[in-house]
Write a protein that binds this ligand. Structure first.
Ligand code: BDR
Ligand code: CA
Length: 314
């Protein structure tokens, strides 16, 4: 199994992503979850991670809390999407699990460097602050990683937090720039994919029909998000963003894209956090990412539902 560390700011789509990974022990070995301030403040993203693990009966997975806010400036949260707790829409019991000892960027360094070179993949489901801090703390980290697979950015799709920028990159562009310039092989899954992977009523009914407490909880949690996404686009359902990262590891055949150089705009007054993707190689700069721009949405939801159905009735 491939060793991974999942860096996350749980709203429900993040939790679906890490639960899918935990339900896939043949393919993936989850070394840890690391949390960061993002959708909601760090205390809540950490709490949500613990609540989701508890619901899944997976208190064995360590959760390390990391950075409360971006490298530069103040954190911009997204309560307008996920509610005040980041997990609005379904009342889960307060967690009895607690975070593990240690600061997430330090733990990322320790866990990766303790393994052979080229054996650990980082999964980025959130602003890239923890990953950038880990690289700053250990300059050899980048050369030691197998790669980074992340949900973030947008190519032709435009942004979701500003007209130009996607949320995870916009919140900490300086961190994203460090990560994209690090030399680590990156697989980037932008809004161009996730806006085509919608939680339609039909797919949500399939999720609910699994019939477990976990499926019922996520049915409601994901339906809460849908209210915001429906206001934005008038679509049947909202994007299920972050599980694309795990799906791309489990089933790369569900995606297509191309290698390209991705620059991160850290200056622009209108475009801060924009991913400037050299799709046609006009700069001649060496590609630093595999940018996925198409997903087989039906196959993706089949996979999500199949993996979530592996959690029993608790
Ligand atoms: C990203 O922002 C978060 O709200 C989602 O979990 C995802 O990581 C999408 O822009
Ligand atoms: Ca996220």
């Amino acid at each position: 199994a491939r060793a991974i560390i999942i860096d996350t700011d749980p709203s429900p789509d993040d939790a679906v992503a890490f639960l899918m990974a935990l339900a896939s022990p043949d393919e993936l070995e989850v070394l840890a979850l690391t949390t960061v301030g993002g959708n909601v403040p760090l205390a809540l993203t950490t709490r949500n991670a613990l609540m989701a693990l508890e619901l899944a009966g997976r208190g064995d997975v360590p959760v390390y809390a990391g950075a409360a806010g971006p490298l530069v400036g103040a954190l911009r949260t997204a309560e307008h999407v996920h509610g005040a707790t980041g997990f609005d829409g379904y009342d889960l019991p307060p967690p009895s699990l607690t975070p593990a000892e240690g600061f997430a960027p330090d733990r990322i360094v320790d866990l990766v460097m303790a393994r052979p070179r080229d054996s650990v993949t980082l999964c980025g489901l959130a602003p890239l602050t923890n990953i950038a801090l880990a690289m700053l703390r250990e300059p050899r980290l980048a050369g030691h990683l197998h790669g980074i697979v992340l949900m973030g950015g947008a190519r032709a799709e435009g942004g979701n937090i500003t007209p130009a920028a996607e949320y995870n990159i916009h919140v900490d562009p300086e961190a994203a720039a460090r990560v994209f310039d690090s030399g680590v092989p990156i697989t980037m899954i932008p809004l161009d994919c996730t806006h085509r992977a919608l939680t339609t009523a039909a797919r949500m009914a399939r999720l609910r029909a699994i019939g477990t407490p976990l499926a019922e909880a996520f049915y409601h949690l994901l339906t809460f998000n849908k209210r915001f996404d429906a206001r934005q686009g008038g679509t049947d359902g909202g994007p299920l963003h972050d599980p694309t990262v795990i799906a791309a590891l489990l089933r790369p055949d569900l995606f297509s894209g191309r290698l390209a150089h991705v620059g991160i705009e850290c200056q622009g007054t209108l475009t801060r956090g924009m991913t400037v993707i050299d799709w046609r190689s006009v700069t001649g700069r060496h590609p630093n990412a595999l940018v996925l721009n198409r997903v087989d949405a039906e196959g993706y939801f089949d996979l999500v539902i199949e993996r979530l159905s592996r959690f029993g009735i608790g």
